[in-house]
Design a protein around this ligand. Structure first.
Ligand code: SF4
Length: 326
């Protein structure tokens, strides 16, 4: 990798302000901020993943990189082993590219999918450059928490093809309680506006393709007992972007180990259960009443056959963390 890249690396990880936490720590000398990671790339899993939305996973799978650490750290995180507990191994960008070459050969994956990449943006840019040098021209997908800085999203314009951000909270107080990020609603909306400005809506909807190659898909996970938060998010999306914005409405909430074992969160009884059918329907009906045309919906009824924690929560101690991928 060239000298300019190395300089970009240094400036981003020194006095780090890559995400809205703006910790200003020097990660190049081993310091860590809120995300918990130094400037050494750490990854919990790389593999073909079949659990994303159909235009992303397709039939061959999405080449997914689960980066260790997280700048948001929601208390209900399903990936708590990597977001809170730092599970993962050190990689160089060159090693990641080798893994992708294997995935292309073995699965013919549809895309490169960086999961929670914010605190490693400079490394993801380097990986994309290396992939291009190797003539691997798969769509590059940034799969994010929604808690981004607009400046960071702007820096990805030449490297990202697809953005798949969450929009978790319209309610500041809830964002503070569950993710320690009272400013989440503003950060999520302003970064989403920038993503849509750059890439438009997901082309699997706008051009009726089976597999997406470009654009934005917004995800929202319905939380138990917080229907108004979900409805306010949907209203915000409608007002800002209209009824064509692609949305993935998710009902797979499942209590995480953090909630069960952390005293602060274990008192929040609403977090200890899955959402009810009535709660889902209230949110879904609101979405339908707004007239969204490009909506992927995860119906709770689809989980009838899922009973164990293992059916909902991945285990990153395994080579293939997701049950469906084994
Ligand atoms: S990326 Fe990590 S160290 Fe940098 S500002 Fe965000 S949380 Fe802090």
């Amino acid at each position: 990798m060239n000298i300019i890249y190395n300089q970009v690396f240094k400036t981003n990880y020194q006095n780090c302000t890559l995400c809205p936490r703006e910790c200003k720590v020097d990660r190049t000398v081993g310091q860590t901020g809120y995300c918990g990671e130094t400037d050494k790339l750490k990854i919990a899993s790389i593999g073909a993943h079949f659990g994303e939305e159909p235009p992303i996973s397709g039939t061959n799978g999405s080449g997914t990189v689960f980066l260790t650490g997280c700048s948001l750290k929601c208390c209900y995180c399903q990936n708590y082993q990597i977001s809170f507990e730092g599970l993962g191994n050190s990689y160089t960008s060159e090693q990641v590219v080798l893994e992708f070459k294997k995935l292309v050969r073995s699965y013919n994956i549809h895309n490169v999918n960086f999961v929670t990449p914010d605190h490693f943006f400079p490394h993801t840019i380097e990986i994309v450059e290396l992939l291009r040098e190797q003539n691997i021209s798969l769509p590059i997908l940034y799969n994010m928490s929604g808690y981004q800085k607009v400046e960071s999203v702007k820096s990805l314009v030449e490297y990202a093809d697809i953005y798949m951000p969450d929009f978790k909270y319209a309610d500041k107080q809830l964002a503070k309680e569950l993710s320690n990020a009272e400013d989440y609603p503003e950060r999520a909306l302003e970064s989403l506006i920038e993503m849509v400005r750059q890439k438009g809506f997901l082309d699997s909807f706008t051009e009726e393709k089976l597999i997406a190659t470009k654009g934005v898909l917004v995800r929202h996970l319905i939380l138990p007992d917080h229907m108004q938060n979900s409805k306010d998010i949907l209203s915000t999306l409608f007002i800002e972007f209209g009824k064509d914005i692609p949305i993935s409405l998710m009902s797979q909430y499942y209590p995480s180990a953090i909630i069960l074992h952390n005293e602060k969160f274990s008192k929040k009884s609403f977090l200890h259960r899955r959402i009810t059918l009535e709660e889902f329907e209230e949110v879904h009906e609101h979405a339908l009443s707004l007239g969204f045309r490009n909506m992927l919906v995860q119906f709770p009824q689809d989980f009838k056959l899922r009973k164990d924690i293992d059916d909902f929560v991945p285990d990153f101690e395994r080579k293939k963390p997701f049950k469906g991928n084994r």
